[in-house]
Design a protein around this ligand. Structure first.
Ligand code: ATP
Ligand code: MG
Ligand code: MG
Ligand code: MG
Length: 568
């Protein structure tokens, strides 16, 4: 590629809405252009990186036996209604109507469509297992689109879907995809970590996230340097909470027939009955750096937000800055941490203070019974969802083989064992050897293609700009001739090297724009091309070219004829 025939558009200053380094640098390097909130045009320089990312993913998916297809971006609402996700997804799901008033979803992911394909086209056990993938535009109406491509609304994702006869098969397919992901992220040249993720309702260890390690990452990762234990904070906390608490105390189920829930809870909490309550929720609210603990007493089925906004009359909402204050106010430690009247534990955004509360006697609820001695987080009917800081570095690793450390990461991939979550709702069955219909066992596997760009930069930059790993750089090598348009020797040597490198399959760009050296160097350092060769009259007189790697402090002289081999 000749720079004069390509589109290069660099900026000295990043726009003011760019908050993090990758967003700033991508804007300055002319890789993306903002069209609207979370919506970007991929400019030629950025698109080259995207294509390289896609190609690596495609090669490894194909190698792993996945088959590429391409599903529509606009999908009929009926399919989404079959799985209930039309309602469940809420405002993140972008919806449109056609001229006939029919509803459509703009895909945030494609489980429904692929399950529809498979239920109609796969009939027999002989056709399984099978794994389909596509690399396609996604749309999620994110609450807070930000950080450029990192959390866009329109973005590109590779999503793959496996279908198997049984759980064992699904686990095999999952392992194949997991290994393919390791190969992909290794090829990107990025430092990454695969961590166990909480699988929510599906349970088991059936989900892993792949994170690019970066201090600016939104997620906290917990790992043990001495063993291979690694989990995201959510999953690690669930384990930690499950391991704490009054495990030694037996779970006791107290019959409370006819007794009002509020009465029993009041008893547990040692509260006067005139403060009767229908349910109690203990939650921690994190606003910025501030952490507050709320002990909420609800008289009806009100949401936490309603309560916090204090719009519900006749309820007691108490705000506590610390655990000690709760003890102070009630003369007892809070004994109840699950919402009464439902079987669901409250979603708690926890802090270390709350982890300590797992050491208290807790209750969980069932019609006409109360349990005490429940180990909070372990024995509740669904895993408690928690976030951050119940695990701190130095804690023992759950596998007993070391201690825990914490680092930050950016979620770039996610693999899931889905089981029959979709095949059940959509009746995706195959006929087994006995001609009996069986539900297919599914897995799904996503990679955030465009997010990879942001993540790669967050991990690899300096004060001059981006430092792309060679495998995904927009160009691998840039040739910077000193006086290409005025010095014949320089031009001839540059053209020769350019031809030789192209012939050798090197992705090279020749900067023939006639810019001053300072401008040229600054542009390519900002854009982040990993290898630079300077062709100048002075060096050529000694038969030398100047090579400088993007991370090198100084240039190295290389013999003219040896440069192609040197760069390989
Ligand atoms: P997050 O936790 O960041 O919101 P997610 O868990 O909702 O991501 P998944 O549903 O697991 O995302 O989708 C698979 C992958 O798609 C993610 O691992 C991520 O790399 C990418 N992705 C998700 N949302 C976005 C987004 N808004 N912009 C860019 N990439 C995204
Ligand atoms: Mg999300
Ligand atoms: Mg996530
Ligand atoms: Mg995810």
């Amino acid at each position: 590629m000749r720079a004069s025939r390509f589109f290069i558009s660099t900026l000295k200053e990043a726009p003011s809405d760019a908050e993090i380094v990758s967003h700033k640098l991508m804007m300055r390097a002319g890789m993306i252009k903002r069209l609207g909130s979370g919506i970007y045009t991929y400019m030629p320089m950025g698109l080259r990186v995207i294509r390289k990312v896609e190609n690596i993913i495609r090669e490894e998916m194909n190698r792993a036996g996945a088959i590429e297809l391409l599903m529509p971006v606009v999908q009929p609402a009926e399919l989404w209604q079959e799985t209930n996700r039309w309602d469940k997804m809420g405002p993140e799901l972008m919806r449109v109507k056609d001229r006939h008033g029919r509803d459509y979803a703009i895909q945030p992911t494609s489980e429904e469509v692929i399950t529809d394909v498979v239920r109609s086209d796969i009939k027999s056990y002989r056709q399984l297992p099978i794994n389909f993938y596509h690399i396609q535009t996604k749309f999620r109406d994110e609450r807070r689109p930000r950080f450029g491509l990192m959390r866009g609304r329109e973005f590109t994702m590779k999503d793959a879907y496996s279908f198997d006869r049984d759980v064992e098969g699904m686990q095999k397919s999952y392992k194949i995809m997991y290994d393919a992901y390791v190969a992909i992220f290794n090829r990107f040249g990025l430092q990454f970590r695969a961590v166990a993720a909480d699988n929510g309702a599906i349970g088991g260890s059936g989900s892993h996230e792949f994170h690019v390690i970066a201090d600016t990452g939104e997620d906290a990762l917990v790992y043990s340097p001495e063993s291979d234990y690694a989990a995201n904070m959510e999953a690690a906390e669930a384990v930690a909470l499950g391991n704490r608490g009054p495990a030694a105390e037996p779970l006791t189920k107290t019959p409370t027939p006819g007794k009002a829930k509020c009465e029993h809870v009041a008893e547990l909490l040692n509260l006067p009955l005139e403060r009767t309550i229908k349910s109690i929720v203990l939650a921690v609210d994190k606003e910025g750096a501030e952490t507050e603990i709320w002990l909420l007493m609800l008289r009806g089925d009100h949401s936490l937000n309603e309560v916090k906004a204090a719009k519900i009359p006749g309820l007691g909402a108490f705000r506590f800055a610390s655990e000690a204050e709760i003890v102070d106010a009630f003369g007892t430690k809070p004994g109840y941490l699950g919402p009464v009247g439902t079987k669901k534990p409250v979603k708690v955004v926890a802090d270390r203070t709350v982890a300590n509360m797992a050491d208290f006697v807790c209750g969980a609820n069932e019609e006409d019974f109360h349990y005490t001695g429940v180990n909070w987080g372990r024995d509740l009917p669904e895993p408690l969802v928690v976030d951050l800081r119940n695990v701190v570095s130095g804690d023992p690793s759950p596998d007993g083989r070391g201690t825990l450390a914490i680092q930050r990461g950016i979620e770039v991939g996610h693999v899931f064992q889905l089981g029959t979550r979709y095949s059940e709702d959509m009746k995706a069955t195959y006929l087994d050897e006995n001609g009996k219909p069986q539900l297919m066992q599914m897995g799904c596997y996503g990679i955030g293609v465009t997010r990879i760009l942001g993540a790669a930069i967050e991990q690899n930059f300096d004060d001059k700009g981006i430092i792309w790993p060679a495998a995904i750089a927009p160009f691998e090598v840039v040739l910077c001739p000193m006086g290409y348009d005025r010095n014949e020797t320089v031009k001839a040597e540059t053209d020769k090297l350019y031809g030789d490198l192209q012939a050798a399959g090197v992705d090279v760009i020749l900067d023939d724009r006639g810019e001053r050296p300072g401008v040229m160097f600054a542009d390519w350092e900002l854009i982040g091309v990993p290898h630079r060769v300077v062709i100048g009259d002075r060096g050529l007189k000694e038969g030398k070219l100047e090579y400088q790697g993007r991370r090198d402090a100084a240039a190295t002289a290389v013999n003219v004829g040896e440069m192609p081999a040197f760069l390989k």
